[in-house]
Write a protein that binds this ligand. Sequence first.
Ligand SMILES: [Cu+2]
Length: 153
Amino acid sequence: MILKKIVPLFLCAMGIISGIADACPPVKIGTLSIEHPWVRPSTGPNTAAYLTITNMSQDPDKLIRAECPDATAVELHNHIEEDGVMKMRPVPFIEIGKDPVELKPGGLHIMLMGLKDSFQGKGSVPLTLHFEKAGKVDVNFSVKIPENKPAAE
Ligand SMILES: [Cu+2]
């Protein structure tokens, strides 16, 4: 019985079942629940990390900063359309209101820049997320190549 619970957690932490995101239990911090954290392996100096954050409280929170030991700099980014072209822009924070916030390709993302590691062949990558109210939390992001998506953030 205990083993049934421990094994999926262990496999999840190791990133072995990274393709099956639903097998990973949500990470809880304060009133926030973090699900499906994943990062794209890189072929260049930068890549992006994604996740879904749900706030169980009526009180909004903000993702204000993220850190990754394998990146020289980490920024919070959004995509905006400018003259018909999608461009990435840094944002000072990502508000977590009453609706779940999904960071995903083509939208909000955590930009990892100046990578010291391509993440190719890795199971997972540790990131630290800083929230204004909930504080900081360490989350393992599964290394995953997205399906049916071009290699752009
Ligand atoms: Cu970006």
